[in-house]
Design a protein around this ligand. Structure first.
Ligand SMILES: C[S@@+](CC[C@H](N)C(=O)[O-])C[C@H]1O[C@@H](n2cnc3c(N)ncnc32)[C@H](O)[C@@H]1O
Length: 238
């Protein structure tokens, strides 16, 4: 098959599907053949990064692009950029006059992907802010022009703060706006016995379990937890 792509181990580990064959089937049939060339390039240059596993999974990204198009998102916010896979995907999907506020406390990772974002011709849509995310969100909320004006939010940063991000993101989103939270299944560990979870995953596993309960009880949003990539929770602000 012309578009057949061998997935690297990190992608397989990230997936919550318990069959690598089925995961490969989905990727090779529906995801990789439609993935923009610049996104492929961004994945390739990220693959040598020691923390390459942090990049958003292409299957989850494809679904996110579908959501962005479905709601005609134009003004978006992203918390957690890394080398920019989800950022580039968003920038390629929203209209030419769309705007993304992208926050990450580490600009050097973003700079790895920046030449490809530039080559894709979408850099003008991005306002990258190097900072801890919470103070930036609080600052944005001080301006009444930002409240209730965002179409879409993607949250993919420190899991301990997901509930804090959610409270702020809800104020930024329009009614009907969508927030997507990444890694809410945390490599499947949320459903594992604690004793069988590697120690390195315990902290974010606990945070993910707490966030999943919190969001499931939040009547201000409609939700769906989707088992794509590492698990994404999609919320629509009522
Ligand atoms: C999982 S990666 C993001 C992956 C990215 N969405 C992609 O598609 O490649 C998480 C990112 O969140 C950033 N981060 C972690 N804690 C943060 C915080 N408190 N404020 C801002 N950025 C944070 C890290 O620097 C890292 O780049």
């Amino acid at each position: 098959m012309a578009n057949k792509t061998v997935i690297n181990n990190s992608s397989t580990e990230k997936g919550v599907l318990q069959s690598a064959e089925l995961y490969n089937y989905i990727m090779d049939t529906s995801v990789y053949p439609r993935e923009h060339q610049c996104l492929k390039e961004l994945r390739a240059i990220t693959s040598t990064h020691p923390r390459a596993v942090m990049g958003t999974a292409p299957d989850a990204g494809q679904f996110m692009a579908l959501l962005l198009k479905t709601i005609n998102a134009k003004k978006t916010i992203e918390i957690g950029v890394f080398t920019g896979y989800s950022l580039l995907l968003t920038a390629l999907t929203i209209p030419d006059d769309g705007k993304i506020t992208a926050i990450d406390m580490n600009r050097s990772s973003y700079e790895i992907g920046l030449p490809i974002i530039d080559k894709a011709g979408v850099k003008h849509k991005i306002n990258f802010i190097e900072s801890e995310a919470l103070p930036v969100l609080d600052q944005l909320l001080k301006d009444p022009e930002n409240k209730g004006t965002f179409d879409f939010a993607f949250v993919d940063a420190d899991k301990d703060n997901y509930a804090n991000y959610h409270e702020r993101v809800l104020e930024l989103l329009k009614p009907g706006g969508i927030a997507v939270y990444d890694n809410t299944l945390w490599a499947g560990t949320v459903a594992m016995d604690e004793s069988s979870v590697p120690e390195s995953k315990l902290g974010s596993r606990k945070a993910s379990i707490e966030f999943n309960k919190y969001i499931a009880g939040d009547a201000r949003v409609q939700i769906s937890q989707v088992p794509l990539g590492d698990g994404i929770t999609v919320c629509r602000r009522n």
